[in-house]
Design a protein around this ligand. Sequence first.
Ligand code: NDP
Length: 286
Amino acid sequence: MTRVLYARPIKESLHLNLKSTVQKLKSNGVTPWLRVALVGDDPASQIYTKNKKKFIEGLGGKCDIVHIEEDITEQSFKAKIKSLSSEKGVHGFLIQLPLPKQLSHLDVGNLIPPSLDVDGLNSLNMGELLKGDMKGNFSCACTPKGIVTLLDYYDIPISGKNICIIGRSLIVGKPLSALLTNRSGTVTLCHSKTENLQYHTSNADIIIVAIGSPKFLKTHHLNPSKNQTIIDVGINKSKEGKLFGDVDFENVKESVAAITPVPGGVGPLTILSLAQNLLQAAEKTL
Ligand code: NDP
C-alpha cells in the first residue's frame, strides 16, 4: 500500500511548538518580524507572499509585504532593499522571486544581510551549509529544509541511502544535495544535461524532482523492487488553474512505497521552514 506523505500532520505537530516559541520571544519583548519585498504584481507571487504572511501572523509574529513597482531600476532597487532591510526590529527579510527582467540577474541572497536571510540564499549561509554545520546555526534554504523535515517525520531513512535529485537550482537542488550529504545520504544530482536519467532514478531509494515540468516523472523512471520514495517539489499550474507536480502521481503511485502529493506535500513545508528560520533569527537577538 503506497503511503501518501501529506504536509498537514507535520504542520499540526510543529505548530504548537512554533507558537510557544513566539510567545516566549514576545514575553522577552521581541515580536518576530518578517519583511517581504514583492516586486510587480505577478499573481503567483502575490499568493505565495500572502500565504507566508498568513502563516507568520497565525503564529503571533509580524509580517509586512512591501510592494515595489515592476519597472524599478537596478540602482533604485538595491537602494530600496538596503533601506528596507536595515530598519530596526526586522528579524527576517526576503525578496520574493521571480524578479522582473531588468533585475533577474541579481544575486538576491547577497543583497540581504546574512543575519536576516531567512531564505538561506546568502553566500555565508550557503557556505555554512556546505561546511556541514550540523547544529543548524544558520538559515538553511527553506524547501530543502522542509523536505528533510518531511523525511524525518515519516521515518524515511536518509543515511546510507541512494538519493537522486533532479534539478540543480540554487534554491532547491544544490542546497538539498548538500543537506542530504550532511545527513550521510549518497546523493546524485541530475539536470537537463544528465545522460541516461533512468539509470540514476532506477538506482535510487529516494527520488526528488524539482524541474518545473508537469508530470515529468513516470513509471519508466522507477524500479518498483526498491520500494522507492518520491518527493515532488514541482508546482505547475494548468490553464484551468489546476496544480500539478513534476511527478505523474496517478501513473506512478502504485509502483512506489511513498509519494508526496501536489498540492499538500512539499509546498506547505517550505513556509514552515521559513517560520523556523525567522524564529531562529529572532532568538539570536535576545
Ligand atoms: P529552475 O528552473 O531554477 O531549475 C530547474 C532545474 O531542472 C534545472 O537544474 C534544470 O537543468 C533541470 N531540468 C529541467 N528540465 C529537466 C529535464 N527534462 N531533465 C532533467 N533536469 C531538468 O527551477 P526551481 O528549482 O526554481 O523550481 C523547480 C520546480 O519546483 C518548479 O516547478 C517550482 O515551481 C517548484 N518549486 C516549488 C517550491 C515549493 O515550495 N514546493 C519551492 C521552489 C520551487 P539545467 O540546470 O541543466 O538547466
